[in-house]
Design a protein around this ligand. Structure first.
Ligand SMILES: Cc1ncc(COP(=O)(O)O)c(C=O)c1O
Length: 398
């Protein structure tokens, strides 16, 4: 095996042993730091991140990274090229193209580019939507949509109108239709895996309504797009392929280092010809991404090449299995109101709702609102989270 990969694999293994955070009191000086202080400093930073390896870390969409992905990130840093000058980097450009074409097949969308995450993906998609319409400024998204949609609308001077959801936080199609009849939208946003509950909006209805009202349909699959790796979800992604654009973050559901996002779309984005970019060999795309290299995709690419696609899907299945096992345990315990999802997020409420606040403070679970109701939220973001261990912690606090 390559010497760099051996070193990274050993490093990844040794991370498990760094458990004790050191007191952090290191200042910036004009002179280099002493090696003993440097070691303490590194241990402080790394041990803080080690919480992601715990079987009870279910607070957020943050996962530990595989050795292969770390290796990919290192190779990206060693390369450090800029794909705005793609002809200078034929190897990196070929890998980028190959991985995008792999994503195109999974998501049934012919074109795409990598992004720094779905905040950028949503903004870029709505910018493309705005270019498409001259008549409407209105964007419809559910009350459970991610706040990056609101940010994008503010930046682009679009008007966001929120559509009502059902008791499980899914957009209600009849409410969307009524809104479309009242005022034709520029764009409709469907969320495939909401941030709080992890539920999937009615994709077919959103695509149909967008078609009927000649609006752009964008799917925010930042979290739930991870399901595309499972063959049984291909019909859902064939449906979402009818949308104009869809974004997904491998840095959430596929345990890749940040930033790793992808935006896929139906019609190719034109090159930017309105500005003098003669210093580049070919004009850049008229999209948000600027200078970028392998840091957006080499981690995932090496994870797929070194471990194989099957390893990614089996890690993903393991975490969904744990989420389902956890739901079943809650369902069997009296006093919990349960909110299941297909994407690995399980929410629940109980009386009194303050009972598990200690676990929230410890970063084991988080709090959210579903349809305006406060709930506890558990995110099965990686295969280390164990349903039984988490349940034991909950039981201790009841
Ligand atoms: C559904 C959804 N969309 C968009 C985003 C934004 O992603 P990022 O913070 O990686 O830019 C998130 C983040 O959690 C999300 O859950």
């Amino acid at each position: 095996m390559n010497q760099f990969f051996t070193v990274i694999s050993e490093l990844e293994r040794s991370l498990h042993n760094i458990v004790q955070a050191q007191p952090f009191n290191i200042a910036i000086h004009d002179q280099p730091i002493e090696s003993e202080s440097l070691e303490k400093l590194i241990n402080s930073v790394v041990s803080e991140g080690n919480k992601h390896r715990s079987p009870t870390w279910a607070a957020h969409m943050t996962a530990p990274i595989s050795a292969a992905s770390m290796f990919g990130q290192l190779v990206a840093n060693l390369h450090n090229g800029n794909l705005l000058s793609a002809s200078l980097y034929p190897v990196l450009a070929t890998i980028e193209k190959q991985l995008l074409s792999w994503f195109s097949q999974l998501f049934h969308q012919p074109y795409g580019h990598f992004t720094c995450g779905s905040t950028y993906g949503n903004l870029d998609a709505l910018w493309q939507a705005k270019k498409h319409s001259t008549t409407s400024r209105i964007v419809y998204a559910s009350t459970a949509a991610h706040y990056s949609i609101a940010k994008a609308c503010q930046i682009l001077d679009l008007e966001l109108r929120l559509i009502e959801t059902n008791d499980h936080d899914q957009l209600i199609p009849s409410a969307l239709e009524a809104a479309c009849r009242t005022q034709t939208p520029l764009a409709i946003i469907a969320t495939l895996g909401t941030s709080a509950a992890g539920v999937i909006d009615p994709i077919a209805a959103c695509c149909d309504l967008a078609k009927r009202f000649n609006a752009w349909c964008h799917i925010d699959a930042a979290w739930g797009g991870a399901l595309a790796i499972l063959p049984e979800y291909q019909p859902l992604f064939a449906l979402s392929g009818q949308a104009d654009s869809i974004c997904f973050d491998p840095h959430k559901g596929w345990q890749q280092p940040k930033p790793a996002g992808v935006l896929l779309y139906k019609k190719n984005i034109e090159p930017m010809l309105s500005f003098d970019t003669n210093y580049l060999e070919s004009p850049p795309l008229n999209s948000l991404v600027g200078s970028h290299g392998g840091e957006l995709f080499l981690a995932l690419w090496f994870d797929l090449i070194i471990n194989g696609v099957d390893a990614l899907s089996s890690r993903f299945k393991q975490r969904l299995e744990q989420a389902n096992a956890f739901s079943d345990m809650l369902a069997d315990t009296l006093g919990f109101e349960l909110y299941r999802s297909e994407t690995g997020i399980v929410c629940f409420s109980l009386e009194p709702m303050s009972a598990l606040n200690t676990l929230v403070d410890q970063g084991m679970i988080s709090k959210a609102n579903i349809a305006g109701k406060p709930v506890y939220r558990t995110v099965f973001c990686h295969h280390y989270v164990q349903a039984q261990t988490l349940m034991n912690e909950i039981a201790k606090n009841l």
